[in-house]
Ligand binder design. Structure first.
Ligand code: HEC
Length: 149
C-alpha cells in the first residue's frame, strides 16, 4: 500500500524540518500547520512590499482613474497588511517582542490604507503616507543589516 509509505516519508521530512535551526524565541510551527515559507525575507520585501508600498506613496501622482486601477491599489494595500502577518509567522519572526511590534505598525498602516483604497479615498491614503513610511523605517532600523548606519 502506498499511503503508509508516503506518510512515513512525510514524517521523516517533518522530522528533518524540525531540526532546522529556528530563530531563538520563535515557537516551532504547530505540527498540524500546513503553512510554509516560499519567499525569502528579501523576496517579500523586493517583490511584494516595495511595489505595494509605492501604491500608497505615489497615490497622488498615480491616482487610479478607473475600477481596474482601484482594484490594483486595493490588492496592493491588502498585501501590505497581510504581509505584516506573514512576517509574524513562526520561522519568519526574528523574535516575539520588537519584531512583532514593528510588524504590527505595518499591519495598522496597511489595514487603514486598504480601507481607504476600498473607499477610493485619496486624501486618506495621502494622510497614511507617513505612518506607512515610518513602519518600514522602524523595522529596518532594528533589523535590516547595515541600514541607517
Ligand atoms: C517587521 C520588519 C520589516 C518591515 C515592517 C519592513 N521590512 Fe523591509 N526589510 C526587513 C528586513 C529584515 C530586511 C533585510 C532582508 C534581507 O536582506 O534578508 C528588509 C529589507 C528590505 C528591502 C531591501 C531588500 C533587498 O534584498 O535589497 C526593501 C526594498 C524593503 N525591505 C522594503 C520594505 C518596505 C517598502 C516596507 C514597508 C512597506 C518594509 N520593507 C517593511 C524587515 C522589514
Amino acid at each position: 500500500m502506498r499511503a503508509p509509505a508516503s506518510l512515513l516519508v512525510a514524517g521523516v521530512l517533518l522530522a528533518a524540518c524540525a531540526t532546522q535551526p529556528a530563530p531563538e524565541s520563535a515557537p516551532e510551527p504547530a505540527s498540524s500547520s500546513l503553512a510554509r515559507r516560499v519567499g525569502t525575507m528579501s523576496e517579500l520585501m523586493v517583490d511584494i512590499l516595495y511595489p505595494a508600498g509605492d501604491a500608497v506613496f505615489y497615490i497622488e501622482t498615480r491616482t487610479p482613474t478607473n475600477s481596474e486601477e482601484w482594484a490594483l491599489v486595493q490588492m496592493q494595500t491588502l498585501m501590505i497588511a497581510e504581509v505584516a502577518n506573514l512576517l509574524m509567522m513562526p520561522g519568519r519572526a526574528r523574535d516575539q517582542d520588537q519584531w512583532m511590534r514593528d510588524a504590527e505598525l505595518m499591519l495598522d498602516a496597511g489595514e487603514a490604507a486598504y480601507r481607504a483604497a476600498k473607499d477610493r479615498d485619496v486624501a486618506a491614503m495621502v494622510a497614511l503616507n507617513d505612518q506607512l513610511y515610518v513602519s518600514c523605517l522602524t523595522c529596518h532600523e532594528h533589523y535590516r543589516p547595515g541600514y541607517g548606519r
